[in-house]
Design a protein around this ligand. Structure first.
Ligand SMILES: [Zn+2]
Length: 438
C-alpha cells in the first residue's frame, strides 16, 4: 500500500486543536482530499531542549507510532470498533514540520510552549478521524478512575480511606494543596448510570470549566473546531443556540441544558460502563497489592521501585495477554495472586492505566439536539517505568488525604449493586458489560 505523505498537504491547511502531555493535534482545513479531509494529525512532542537522540536518527527507519498497532491489536479486542476512531500512519517531513511550528506555535498555550515542542525529527505520525473540527460542536471529557478498589490488598493504614474516597477526589485534594484549581467533580457519579448522579457530575464538570476559564482538562468544549473558553462570548452564544431552545446565554440556564442533554447521551451509551469495567478488572490488586506481589516474587532484585528492571511487553505479549484476559484471567484467585502471574498482573495494571487516562468525545450525529455519538480517544500504551512513579504518587496522595482529616464519601454503584455477590466476583460484571460487545 502506498504510504500517505504529509507533504501532499500544506502546513497552512492544518489548524491547532489541542494537546495533552505527549501529543499535539491539528485539524485539516485544506481543499477536499480523500486522505486528509475529516482527519486530525496527531504528532508526538519532546521536552524543550531535549537531548534524547534515541528516536531522532532520521537516517534509520523509525517504527510506526505504537498507538496504531496498540489500537489495532489490543484495544479493539476490548472495545468494539464503533467506539474507536480510525487511525492510519502518515509519513512526515522535517522541513514541513518546522514550517508548521512557525505557523501554529503561537496558537498553543504559553505554559505548554515553555515545556515542550513538536518532535520535528519524527518521520511518522498518526492521522485519526476528526471528531472535533468537522462538527459544529463537540465535547471532550476525561472521566478518570471509575471505581473504588477492593479491600483485600490494602494496608490497615489505607483501607478505610481508599474504599471510601475515590482516587480522583483524593488526588484533587492533593493538587489543590499544591495550588491547582479545584473541582467538585467525582468520577463515580459520572460512571454511576444513575441519572441524578450523572447530572451532578456534569454540573460539577461545567462549574470547573466555567470557574477555571477552561483551564481544567476534564471538560473541554469545541465550537467549529476551536477549543472554547467561557469568556469567549461568540462561542458561548453558539453553545447556547445548540443546547437551549431560546438560545439564552444565561449561565444557569446553559448549565442546566448542558447537563440534561449530555446526561441523556451518556446514559444511552455503553461507553462509560465499558471503561469502568475494564479499569476495575485490570487493576484488580491496586498498586499496593501489585507492589507486594512484586517484592514477594522477586526478593533478590534490588528494589528500585515497582516495575524497575522489568522489560516492556512486546506486541506479541500484549496479544497473548488479551487472550488470557478473555479466558483464564477471570478465574484466577485474585485474592491470593500467584507469583507466576506477576508479569500479567503488571501488564493488566498498565492497560488499566490506559483506560483511566483516556478521553471520550461526545459529538452530535446531526444538528438535532439529543442525538450523539460517543468515541473513546487517546489510548496510548504505557510503559513499565511509569509503575514506580505511580506507586510513589499513590502513597503521597493517600498520606496527604489522611493528614487533611477530610473524608469525602464516593459511591461506587457497581460495587453497591454487587452486594450479595463476592466483592471479587468480577466475571459476571465483565460478561455483562465487556463481552456483550466483543
Ligand atoms: Zn470521588
Amino acid at each position: 500500500m502506498t504510504p500517505t505523505l504529509i507533504t501532499e498537504t500544506k502546513p497552512e491547511d492544518w489548524t491547532y486543536i489541542s494537546e495533552g502531555g505527549a501529543t499535539i493535534v491539528f485539524s485539516y482545513r485544506g481543499p477536499h482530499n480523500v486522505q486528509f479531509s475529516d482527519r486530525v494529525l496527531r504528532l508526538r512532542k519532546v521536552a524543550q531542549g531535549s537531548s534524547d537522540n534515541t528516536l531522532l536518527n532520521t537516517n534509520s527507519e523509525q517504527p510506526d507510532d505504537p498507538m496504531i498497532a496498540f489500537q489495532e491489536n489490543i484495544i479493539s479486542k476490548l472495545i468494539p470498533s464503533e467506539f474507536l476512531p480510525s487511525l492510519v500512519m502518515v509519513v512526515l517531513d522535517e522541513d514541513w514540520l518546522r514550517s508548521l511550528v512557525i505557523l501554529r506555535d503561537g496558537d498553543r498555550p504559553a505554559e505548554r510552549r515553555q515545556t515542550d515542542q513538536i518532535d520535528v525529527r519524527r518521520t511518522k505520525g498518526v492521522l485519526a478521524t476528526d471528531l472535533i473540527g468537522s462538527m459544529p460542536i463537540a465535547m471532550e471529557i476525561k472521566p478518570k478512575w471509575g471505581f473504588l478498589p477492593t479491600e483485600y490488598h490494602l494496608s490497615p493504614e489505607t483501607v478505610a480511606l481508599k474504599t471510601g474516597t475515590c482516587r480522583f477526589c483524593m488526588h484533587t485534594s492533593f493538587r489543590m494543596e499544591q495550588g491547582a484549581v479545584g473541582t467538585t467533580y467525582c468520577p463515580l457519579d459520572l460512571f454511576s448510570s444513575d441519572e441524578t448522579r450523572v447530572r451532578k457530575a456534569l454540573g460539577a464538570l461545567w462549574a470547573g470549566w466555567y470557574e477555571s476559564n477552561g483551564s481544567l482538562n476534564n471538560l473541554r468544549f469545541f465550537v467549529q473546531g476551536r477549543m472554547t473558553k467561557p469568556d469567549d462570548d461568540h462561542s458561548v452564544q453558539l453553545l447556547a443556540h445548540f443546547f437551549t431552545a431560546d438560545g439564552s446565554t444565561d449561565v444557569q440556564n446553559l448549565r442546566q441544558s448542558f447537563t440534561s442533554v449530555l446526561a441523556q447521551a451518556l446514559l444511552d451509551s455503553p461507553v462509560l460502563s465499558l471503561l469502568s469495567t475494564l479499569q476495575r478488572t485490570l487493576d484488580v490488586l491496586d498498586v499496593e497489592g501489585l507492589s507486594k506481589l512484586y517484592t514477594q516474587t522477586l526478593p533478590d532484585l534490588p528494589y528500585n521501585g515497582l516495575g524497575s528492571l522489568v522489560p516492556d511487553p512486546s506486541m506479541e505479549e500484549w496479544k497473548d495477554f488479551v487472550k488470557i484476559y478473555h479466558s483464564d484471567y477471570h478465574s484466577w484467585n485474585h485474592t491470593v495472586p500467584s507469583p507466576r502471574h506477576l508479569r500479567h498482573y503488571l501488564m493488566a495494571y498498565l492497560l488499566s492505566a490506559t483506560f483511566k487516562d483516556c478521553s471520550i468525545i461526545i459529538w452530535p450525529k446531526s444538528t438535532q439536539v439529543g442525538s450523539f455519538d460517543v468515541t473513546i480517544i487517546d489510548m496510548d500504551i504505557k510503559s513499565m517505568d511509569r509503575l514506580g512513579k505511580w506507586e510513589r504518587l499513590d502513597r503521597k496522595i493517600v498520606e496527604h488525604y489522611k493528614s487533611s482529616g477530610s473524608q469525602r464519601r464516593c459511591i461506587d454503584s457497581q460495587r453497591v449493586t454487587q452486594l450479595g455477590c463476592t466483592p471479587m466476583c468480577y466475571c459476571s460484571l465483565a460478561s455483562n458489560v465487556a463481552y456483550r460487545y466483543i
